[in-house]
Ligand binder design. Structure first.
Ligand SMILES: NC(=O)c1ccc[n+]([C@@H]2O[C@H](COP(=O)([O-])OP(=O)(O)OC[C@H]3O[C@@H](n4cnc5c(N)ncnc54)[C@H](OP(=O)(O)O)[C@@H]3O)[C@@H](O)[C@H]2O)c1
Length: 250
């Protein structure tokens, strides 16, 4: 029975109709049991893969796939170049920052690099949450930013060496649409660099450094990221687009 089938198929393939439904025996196969059709399929594939037509088809498919891959690659390079060229000449547009969310949260935002970040984001239209240790500095920097940029500033006073501060931070961030988190706060083992074993209060300093330099990054990200992710989900994008449409119609 199997021999007869393969001969029949082989003859039909050589007759020059290798891809017809007849060749594949599809009409008959639909009426066969699963075991019979599996057996027949194996035979068919063997016969068809031997044909020149199959080779040409495969070759064409690979060439097409190659062209498609190269096209996608160049498309990505072009997009990337456009970004670099435009941002080099014109900078990142302010609308980009405000499109991320209304607020930027900056840990250690009352001095040095953190303070500079706070000013720059405020200039670009974001409200600012400053989180750091010294109340007077928080009030002073918040005032400076508000007066210079007209943006809102919220100050949260915490010491990142402590581990039980995150509920307080979470409470203060509730309801804010946060687009940017700058995990800036950090500490050295001493104000002046020294050898590891020469540190005073080495146990306490190790704990503090881990809490400020590492735990803060993970915990702040854990607090802020879920809402960011939620906002960037396709459903939320769709809801935003719908509400924008409604506003346009009103
Ligand atoms: N500056 C550099 O050359 C350099 C180089 C490499 C990396 N970095 C890193 O960049 C970051 C910023 O450096 P920077 O030089 O701008 O620092 P900075 O001028 O000393 O400012 C540090 C900021 O963090 C706050 N802060 C420090 N310890 C804190 C704590 N335990 N709890 C809460 N807030 C705390 C400070 O607030 P208070 O004043 O109220 O304490 C201040 O706002 C740090 O992570 C640093 O390690 C800096």
């Amino acid at each position: 029975m199997a021999g007869r089938e393969s001969m029949q198929v082989g003859v039909r393939a050589q007759d020059g109709f290798p891809f017809s439904a007849e060749c594949f025996g599809l009409h008959e196969m639909l009426q066969l049991s699963p075991r019979q059709s599996h057996h027949r399929l194996l035979l068919l594939f063997k016969v068809v893969s031997d044909t020149e037509a199959m080779e040409t088809l495969l070759e064409d498919a690979f060439v097409l796939f190659g062209i498609f891959t190269i096209f996608i690659f160049f498309l990505k390079v072009a997009k990337c170049l456009r970004y670099f060229v435009l941002t080099k000449w014109f900078g990142v547009p302010n609308s980009f920052f405000s499109s991320l969310g209304e607020w930027a949260v900056i840990t250690g935002g009352t001095d040095g690099i953190g303070k500079a970040y706070a000013f720059e984001f405020a200039k670009r239209g974001l409200n600012i949450v400053l989180i750091s240790r010294t109340k007077e500095k928080l009030i002073k920097v918040a005032d400076e930013i508000e007066q210079a940029t007209g943006r809102k500033v919220k100050a949260v006073q915490v010491n990142f060496t402590k581990r039980d501060i995150y509920e307080h931070i979470e409470e203060n961030l509730k309801g804010l649409e946060i687009g940017v988190l700058v995990n800036n706060v950090g500490m050295l083992q001493t104000p002046n660099p020294c050898r590891f074993l020469e540190m005073t209060d080495i146990d306490e300093t190790i704990d503090d450094m881990i809490a400020v330099n590492m735990v803060s990054v993970a915990k702040m990200t854990q607090l802020v990221l879920p809402k960011m992710k939620q906002r960037s989900s396709p459903q939320s994008e769709k809801a935003k687009a719908n509400s924008a449409n409604k506003q346009l119609h009103l």
